[in-house]
Ligand binder design. Structure first.
Ligand SMILES: Cc1ncc(COP(=O)(O)O)c(C=O)c1O
Length: 391
């Protein structure tokens, strides 16, 4: 048995779907391209700006033939965000871009960037992006984290010059503290999630993320994507990817499948109810970036009509899949995949075990599947302890 065959068998046995919802509202339409939503203009603006930043380079789109053969599909494409701007995740495209836009807007002859403070709540990666954006724009950053965010992620934000405030409770508690203090001190909230009355900034965050999907379309030319498997926290990333694919594919948009942790599956619940539903998080998933209990309203408007299925998965396949990516491929390819980066493949492997489900999701020999490797070793100590551990 090859190393790949062994590792994929272990990961596949561990991967577990706890719930699956077939979206009743899923329908094929043209890309709406609406004012106030993620549209062609704001995606083009983000691409023009971000591609000018020093250090910008398209991240790799790996083709994984060994995995495709094992699954019995034509191609598996893995967009690898581990090296994005040296910050370890796709998040560096969004928060930093929104900070740059905001500072440009608020800055006047009397108000220098150094007099502007941006603030956000985060599980780590978004805060790192905001801190980096603030450093580049010359403004201050105050970042709120909850009790379970790792010390390594906290340190990474401090090293970028941000003040970091730790709050008891889960993500929602850190967001409440951030909003309260922003109101008191006149700070600018740069959130990656939107809510009624707050959408301008998160729209820019999503416009920043759409750059990765733009790259995917350029890099995958010739391989028509049939399925995009997208991890969801608040839904910003998934919505940004869908908007860009939808703009390109129109009413031929590929199937879009969301993957969430079974400990915070707020999108799945919301699609089931056909209205946004709050998920009260009781326990944190290992996939820290996916631990969000409330859907972003902007993301909801894009994903509600386009998601074909929503899955929730357990944490069991995270470690085996991180090891598979790191040293499982027979051709020597090594991919630095952090915890969240495994979510799409975990959902795919679990679906593959159930022939009826596999067929009902439209997978067959001609399928071209897009996975997003949303992060690398964003917590290096945790990454090493998992990747060097035994199966
Ligand atoms: C590594 C990683 N993957 C996925 C996500 C989910 O993105 P979103 O909250 O936009 O759905 C996050 C969010 O923080 C993340 O950090």
């Amino acid at each position: 048995m090859t190393q790949f065959a062994q590792r994929i068998a272990t990961a596949s046995a561990a991967a577990l779907i706890t719930e699956l919802v077939d979206n009743p509202a899923h329908r094929a339409t043209r890309f709406p391209d609406l004012e106030g939503s993620l549209n062609s203009q704001n995606m083009a603006d983000a691409a023009a700006e971000i591609s000018r930043w020093p250090g910008y380079a398209a991240t790799p789109l790996h083709r994984l033939p060994e995995l495709a053969a094992w699954l019995g599909v034509r191609e598996v494409l893995y967009k690898d965000e581990a090296m994005r701007f040296g910050l370890g995740s796709f998040k560096s495209l969004g928060g930093a871009y929104a900070v740059v836009k905001l500072v440009a807007e608020k800055c006047t002859i009397d108000k220098l960037p150094s007099n502007i403070t941006v603030t956000t709540a985060t599980d780590g990666n978004h805060g790192r992006s905001v801190a980096w954006g603030a450093q580049r724009a010359g403004c201050k950053a105050v970042i709120y984290i909850h009790s379970k965010v790792s010390c390594a992620r906290e340190t990474a934000m401090r090293q970028l010059g941000a003040k970091v405030v730790r709050v008891d409770g889960h993500y929602e508690a850190s967001l409440a503290a951030c909003k309260h203090d922003a109101e008191t001190h006149g700070w600018q909230v740069v959130s990656d999630t939107s809510w009624p009355g707050y959408s301008k900034v998160p729209l820019q965050v999503m416009a920043g993320y759409s750059v990765l999907a733009r790259e995917v379309l350029q890099q995958s030319a010739g391989s028509l994507i049939s399925h995009a498997i997208l991890p969801i926290g608040v839904g910003g990333l998934a919505a940004a990817v869908v908007a860009k694919l939808w703009q390109a594919m129109g009413d031929q948009l590929c199937r879009v499948i969301s993957v969430e942790s079974d400990l915070s599956a707020c999108f799945l619940r919301s699609i089931e109810a056909q209205m946004p539903i709050f998920w009260d998080i009781k326990k944190e998933t290992l996939m820290a970036g996916l631990s969000c209990g409330e859907v972003s309203s902007l993301a909801w408007d894009i994903l509600q009509p386009t998601l074909s299925h929503c899955l929730s998965i357990t944490d069991d396949a995270v470690a085996p899949l991180m090891r598979l990516f790191a040293h499982g491929f027979s051709d020597g390819l090594s991919i630095e995949a952090g915890e969240c980066a495994t979510a799409g493949l975990a959902g795919l492997l679990a679906a593959r075990r159930d022939t009826d489900l596999w067929r009902s999701m439209g997978f067959d020999r001609s399928s071209v599947i897009l996975l997003i490797g949303t992060e690398g070793a964003t917590d290096p100590e945790l990454y090493r302890s998992i990747v060097d551990g035994a199966d």
